[in-house]
Design a protein around this ligand. Structure first.
Ligand code: NAD
Length: 490
């Protein structure tokens, strides 16, 4: 249980827009409500940014950019390190806020606080390692100086499913690189972002570097900002359809973009796999974050010779999962984010079952308040069922079978997505061979979890462009400038 009273946590969080270091109301006084998905009650009423507010945020980010870029890297790094330490000290408070507005269990929310804090620490360490290069030109007549400079004001758009880690993964490198920013959190979960922004200010982030505009007018605000020549970068995490739209809008100003989009992860279990380990991996890859994760296992492909054993064990493990409000210490699986998502998932299950799939666990909408959906296992999935083509984003395991390695690879790659794939095998040759051929930005090998601040997170195909974290994460916020230096021969 959280040690901080809920009312205190909710009262303490800012409910305005953060522009130029000041929390304020929306230009037209508009507000919207943030809901608890476990009960449907209103948690807080939050300022609803208008296009005029978005421009004011860009004014502030633009005005702060030159000064911020000149702040020594060590100081930028220390701000992030202090923010990391403050976050860890307030883990329970932040975890409660995440659980209240997003739904997942407190255990998972605490893990998200740690994970988000790690990005701040990692990029704090990267701030002082931004380097350049120097060389002699091929013909010896010049010197080639390459410097790396902050891109400039960034727009960071984040989803609701990880309300702390997703902004931290963008704010960390932007701060480290010396960029100013406007953060637009998802309308379902603006509270955690507001609390994080307050914490960064407390850690020493100067006014105007980080501006926050929660809004219900995401489209209008974003389009306006993308068309304004002062914005230099868009980093977006969200669905592929919205990502496509933003990429087309960003084309007009040839804006730098980083896109962390949807997934449709295959989870492949080979005949030589440790089945118990595969089932544990499946539980993590499927149920983490209530199944609402871009890296959630979406399609299980299990060798036909071990498929029944895997399914029986998976069903048995799923039966141990208790469903309930995330604030309940006994609950493992919290509610889905809203009724729309829950309805979508329920329809997907019903459609798959109507087409011939078998329900081995779950599959029924519970009564009562909140947007709960039980852990569900489906087998005998019809080929080409929508559930294998679309991102499920819910606690549903759809188990398919295969007979040859080639078939598993072809099925795994038969999607426009390419974020992550999971592979369980004890054969090293097979593991490497298949990892090389799987079309994804990340592979979880005998592991149901790949998120790690020291690793490059991101996808190929329509799962995105660019990487967050690792050694490449900061590069997304830096531009290379080359200075050709004339050296006259004597
Ligand atoms: P979404 O695309 O609906 O929304 C994401 C963000 O974009 C939100 O802040 C939303 O307000 C904003 N948005 C929506 N329409 C917009 C528009 N027209 N212009 C500008 N902004 C707009 O996605 P979601 O439902 O919030 O999140 C779930 C999706 O995010 C899933 O597809 C999931 O896979 C993806 N995701 C990807 C990663 C990753 O790292 N690849 C991580 C988490 C989530």
């Amino acid at each position: 249980m959280a040690t901080v009273p809920e009312s205190e946590v909710l009262e303490r969080v800012e409910s305005g827009l953060l522009i130029g270091g000041r929390w304020r109301a929306a230009a037209d006084g508009g507000t919207f409500q943030v809901e608890d998905p476990a009960t449907g009650r209103t948690l807080r009423t939050v300022a609803d940014a208008t296009p005029a507010d978005a421009l004011a945020a860009l004014d502030a980010a633009d005005a702060a950019q030159t000064g911020w870029a000149g702040v020594p890297p060590r100081r930028r790094g220390e701000i992030l390190r202090r923010a990391h330490d403050l976050l860890i000290a307030r883990r329970d408070e932040f975890a409660l806020l995440i659980t209240l507005e997003m739904g997942k269990s407190l255990v998972e929310s605490r893990a998200e606080v740690d994970y988000g804090a790690q990005y701040l620490r990692w990029f704090g360490e990267e701030a002082v390692r931004i380097d350049g290069s120097w060389k002699v030109s091929e013909d010896g007549s010049a010197r080639v100086l390459v410097m790396r400079q902050p891109v400039g004001p960034c727009l960071l758009i984040t989803p609701w499913n990880a309300p702390l880690a997703m902004p931290a993964r963008k704010i960390g490198p932007a701060v480290a690189a010396g960029c100013t920013m406007i953060v637009k959190p998802a309308a379902q979960t603006p509270l955690t972002t507001a609390a994080l922004a307050s914490l960064l200010a407390e850690a020493g982030l100067p006014d105007g570097v980080l501006n926050v505009v929660p809004t219900t007018q995401a489209g209008a605000i974003t389009e306006l900002l993308l068309r304004d020549g002062r914005l230099r970068k868009l980093s977006f995490t969200g669905s592929t359809p919205v990502g496509r739209l933003l990429l087309s809008q960003a084309a007009d100003t040839v804006l730098r973009t980083s896109m962390e989009l949807g997934g449709n992860a295959p989870f492949i279990v080979c005949r030589d796999a440790d089945i118990d380990a595969a089932v544990e991996g499946a539980m993590t890859a499927k149920l983490r974050n209530v199944g609402e994760a871009c890296i959630a296992a979406n399609r299980f492909y299990v060798d036909a010779t071990v498929a029944e054993e895997f399914s029986v064990k998976l069903v048995a493990r799923m039966a141990t999962i208790s469903v309930g409000p995330g604030t309940d210490p006994d609950a493992v699986l919290g509610p889905m984010i809203d009724e729309r998502q829950r309805r979508r998932v329920a329809d997907l299950v019903d459609e798959t079952v109507a087409a011939g799939a078998l329900v081995r666990a779950g599959g029924e909408l519970p009564d009562g308040p909140g947007y709960f959906y039980p852990p569900t296992v489906l087998t005998d999935i019809p080929k080409d069922a929508r559930i294998t083509r679309e991102e499920i984003f819910g606690p549903i395991a759809a188990v398919n079978t295969f007979t040859t390695e080639e078939e598993a690879l072809q099925e795994a790659n038969r999607t426009e997505f390419g974020l992550v794939a999971y592979l369980f095998t004890r054969d090293l040759d097979r593991a490497l061979r298949m990892s090389e051929r799987i079309e994804s930005g990340m592979v979880g090998l005998n592991r149901g979890y790949v998120s790690d601040p020291s690793a490059p997170f991101g996808g190929v195909k329509q799962s995105g462009v660019g990487r967050e974290g690792g050694n490449s994460g900061i590069a997304e916020y830096l531009e290379e400038k080359y200075v050709a230096i004339n050296v006259s021969s004597r």
